[in-house]
Design a binder for this molecule. Structure first.
Ligand code: ATR
Length: 290
């Protein structure tokens, strides 16, 4: 069983533990690539596959996980909320967000975690060394990614977490996740808030491959000394990031959040420190092939 296959990995055996990502669509997911790179780097006899689970069938997938003793699941759209209702226990973060992106078996119970917020903060620290404590932050968007970021910024002690969204009602609900620091922005106050922000995060889908083109906010509004994160990582540089970098603003894409949320999931499943550099390299190589 010591022979390596064409991928340089040990072949799957009767001992191999299985992890999977569930979602729909899921074939484009980078999770198997990230996790298998981590298993190879650490020498763990695990493998990760993608499983297409149609909307409405998350509870069946959870039953399958229990019955088959799957070692860990990553959860992507459209199942994050349904899984939060279907697992046996939730961490405080997953409960606050009403969304699970990582399931960890604990005996015969399934525990739902959400590692997106920690992944965002770790990715930011990795890319820019920034600690958000006391910072003025603007988050553009109010979907699942925005919810995780706003919640994480509030917990981490940001001084101000302002949320702007096309659909104003969603921004109000998301801003509450940051506690006392959180508030929603009226359209008329977005420009001033962005100009005064230390950290600006795009969590809208504007500029993502396959989505609408356009800037989530005028890049010229961002202060020269601010740090920007565009959660989009495909393309690696959105038009908005290009415009900001053209002005000399420190601006990062969302790849580090993706890698670091997966790194947390890896450690929760295996108890082993995640090989972040190997995961990052695997994600970059996979994206370069697209
Ligand atoms: P995710 O869960 O990945 O964060 P999502 O829930 O689809 O994705 O959220 C997408 C975000 O992009 C939302 O904030 C959406 O705004 P609405 O709440 O008004 O729908 C935002 N978005 C998408 N297309 C947009 C557009 N053309 N202009 C502005 N915002 C847009």
């Amino acid at each position: 069983m010591d022979e390596l296959n064409d991928n340089g990995r040990s072949p799957v055996s009767g001992e191999t533990r299985l992890a999977a990502v569930i979602g729909d669509p899921v074939r484009h997911s980078l999770s198997p690539c990230l996790m298998n790179a981590a298993f190879a780097e650490t020498g763990l006899d695990w493998t990760c596959v993608a499983m297409e689970v149609p909307e409405g069938q998350a509870s069946g997938a959870l039953d399958g996980m229990r019955a088959m003793g799957i070692g860990g699941l990553s959860v992507t759209m459209p199942h994050k909320a349904a899984v939060a209702s279907g697992v046996d226990d939730l961490t405080a973060g997953a409960r606050a967000l009403g969304a699970v992106n990582c399931i960890v078996p604990d005996g015969d119970r399934l525990v739902g975690h959400n590692t997106d917020g920690a992944g965002f903060l770790d990715g930011l620290r990795h890319d820019s060394g920034l600690d958000v404590t006391g910072l003025r932050c603007v988050v553009l968007g109010a979907g699942g990614a925005a919810r995780a970021v706003v919640h994480a910024l509030g917990l981490a002690g940001a001084a101000d977490v302002a949320v702007a969204n096309r659909t104003a009602g969603r921004a109000l609900r998301v801003a509450e996740l940051a506690g006392a620091a959180g508030h929603a922005l009226e359209p008329s106050s977005v420009g001033g808030a962005v100009a005064g922000a230390d950290l600006v995060v795009n969590a809208t889908s504007l500029g993502m491959a396959g989505s609408e083109a356009g800037h989530p906010v005028d890049p010229d509004l961002v202060a020269a000394g601010a740090v920007v994160v565009d959660l989009i990582y495909h393309p690696a540089q959105s038009a908005w990031l290009a415009a900001l970098r053209g002005r000399g603003v420190e601006a990062h894409n969302g790849l580090s959040m993706l890698v670091h949320q997966a790194a947390h999931a890896f450690t929760l499943w295996t108890g082993v420190e995640a090989p972040v550099a190997a995961m990052d390299a695997a994600a970059r190589a996979a994206l370069a092939r697209r």
